[in-house]
Design a protein around this ligand. Structure first.
Ligand SMILES: Cc1cc2nc3c(=O)[nH]c(=O)nc-3n(C[C@H](O)[C@H](O)[C@H](O)COP(=O)(O)OP(=O)(O)OC[C@H]3O[C@@H](n4cnc5c(N)ncnc54)[C@H](O)[C@@H]3O)c2cc1C
Length: 317
């Protein structure tokens, strides 16, 4: 299936057209992912050339280059997303009413935009970083949608994607990719913002060793009012060289575990349609198998996540 057929098909269905575009888009992307980006080889003589009055432009812009054919494909792939944002997203209404309508969210789900970088084997679009960035140029037309999608996939589910085990990926990613489940990222606390190491939320191992009981409060959580799955960071007590020490651990927490309550949405100056609120955890029982990475390894997860993904939060803004 080439891109033109994909576009023709996506236009042919007045309703459910986005679902169709999603499936056809996946086939286009499979072909796209097989191609590699061309890069220029580096030359160590760039400075010398300057003294000789020559500017090697390829060295000034040493970024991967997208081939013409691929560029055309990318531009055509984004067409259904552009169409949706220009025809069906009412940003003034979203901002005024401080909420994203259910039908708009459903449209985003049908386009596959809740699983942009989730691999196809888990039900996502499996796009490259380049494609994600390109799609975000359109998504960012509405700040509230951009924040909602970024909180979901650039940080909310990203811990599972980069540090989760196979069982966790199989269990959680498909529903997150389709948007049936929404994710949130829970790190910030009333006394802990930039200094993430000072969080006070605590996870205590249950007597039978099967669960961690999480208690604490997080603030400024995007998607916090309706998220089904949350990546939650909490202190855990560990024995290091015979001494007890607190270390941060990352957990996958389902709203369905119980003991989770959300505050009312913050009435923000901008991005008013994104749902930012306080989320409290009261002895939430989280199975030990829901630890992301290793116990005490939460900081590694956080650093890995932010080193690559914060870029996408900003791209979307
Ligand atoms: C709209 C919105 C959505 C958000 N969504 C989420 C979310 O989904 N999940 C989540 O966990 N959090 C979220 N946050 C919280 C956000 O991550 C924090 O606001 C951020 O970490 C900064 O923390 P803070 O606000 O406590 O500022 P502070 O840490 O108090 O920092 C205030 C200022 O002091 C500066 N500063 C701090 N420490 C130092 C230092 N040592 N030296 C010099 N300068 C310093 C900072 O750069 C900043 O300018 C959200 C925030 C907003 C506004």
């Amino acid at each position: 299936m080439n891109v033109n057929s994909f576009l023709a098909l996506s236009r042919a269905f007045p309703r459910g057209k986005y679902t169709h575009a999603w499936h056809q888009g996946k086939q286009v992307l499979r072909a796209q992912q097989r191609r590699t980006f061309r890069t220029h080889s580096r030359s160590l003589a760039y400075a010398k050339d300057l003294f000789l009055g020559q500017i090697n432009k390829a060295e000034v812009f040493p970024y991967p280059e997208i081939g013409k054919e691929e560029l055309e494909e990318i531009q055509q792939f984004v067409a259904p997303v552009e169409k949706f944002f220009s025809e069906e997203v009412d940003s003034a209404k979203i901002d005024k009413e401080a909420t994203i309508p259910a039908e708009t969210l459903n449209g985003l789900k049908e386009l596959g935009l809740f699983g942009i970088m989730i691999p196809e084997e888990y039900g996502g679009l499996g796009l490259s970083h380049t494609m994600y960035a390109r799609l975000n140029e359109i998504i960012a037309l509405d700040g509230s949608i951009a924040v909602t999608l970024a909180a979901h996939q650039a940080i909310g589910l990203k811990g599972i994607l980069i540090a989760g085990n196979e069982a966790q990926k199989k269990k959680y990613l498909p529903k997150l990719a389709s948007g049936e489940h929404i994710a949130a990222f829970c790190l910030t606390e009333p006394g802990s913002g930039s200094d993430a190491a000072s969080i006070q939320t605590r996870a205590t191992l249950s007597e039978d060793g099967k669960h961690y009981l999480i208690s604490g409060s997080k603030i400024w959580i995007s998607n916090g009012g309706f998220a089904d799955i949350m990546t939650v960071f909490a202190r855990t007590e560990l024995e290091v060289d015979g001494a007890k020490k607190d270390k941060i651990t990352a957990f996958i927490v389902e709203k369905a575990f119980g003991g989770i309550s959300s505050g009312k949405p913050e009435d923000k100056l901008g991005i008013r349609g994104s749902y930012t609120c306080e989320v409290s955890f009261d002895n939430v029982p989280v199975p030990v198998e829901n630890v992301i990475g290793e116990v005490g390894g939460g900081f590694k997860v956080n650093s890995a996540l932010f080193s690559g993904q914060l870029f996408f939060v900003f791209v979307q803004l």
